[in-house]
Design a protein around this ligand. Sequence first.
Ligand code: GSH
Length: 240
Amino acid sequence: MTVTLYGWGGMFDLPSPSPYVAKADMQMQMLGIEFDRAIADLESVGKHKAPYVNDGGQVIEDSTFIRRHFEGKTGRDLDAGLSPRQRAVAQALGAMLENRLAQIMACERWLIDTNFDSGPRQFFAGVPDAMRDAVVAQVRDDFRRTMHGAGFGRHSRAELMQIAAADIGAVAALLGEQQWLFGDHPSAVDAVAYGVLAGSATRFFETELVDLIEAQPNLTAFIARAQQAYFPEDRWPRMS
Ligand SMILES: N[C@@H](CCC(=O)N[C@@H](CS)C(=O)NCC(=O)O)C(=O)O
């Protein structure tokens, strides 16, 4: 039965522009799932977000539930080697990265004009010429409002970088000299960390996030290690 992961591939010098798509891709590989990759159609799914998966006709939305689905199906646990305490740390670390650092990363891409123009604006290339500017302005306005509501948009850029520095420092301290966050073998949160850290570290964007990560050599080595192991080549179709 065919399994397809829907998202987006090679953009912004990354295996995926979305940390959540990269996470799901990496976790499905960790579980040994054979799958195809296809460009997401957000209108076709209830949550209007990617990643989502079609597993033989069953649609699973959200990277969290994609992981649960395939762990259930394979009878495997991506955190099998972790103690209860390590599992708790992994849970907290994943939440910090996805719900805070990834949001700061998104602000850097969407709210800074030069970054938006070279980056997210590309998502709208397929919108008819006559409508494109209005659609871009609307979506960007929605993003700005969402970030204001969540609180991130109320901070100065310098304040956001202070928060990011603390988060990045925490991941670097936890990783230490280890290969993966909990030792010699990758666990689920390594995929979360890869998606968010690689997305923050890409030199495609002009952001202090790059400097914050490059100041931690163990994190740049971690990103390179994960990329080599899971994304040695781009297997995603091009966006039309
Ligand atoms: N909690 C979701 C987050 C997914 C998410 O935010 N995806 C973004 C791309 S990074 C998206 O689809 N955005 C489209 C939109 O909001 O319209 C997950 O873990 O899968």
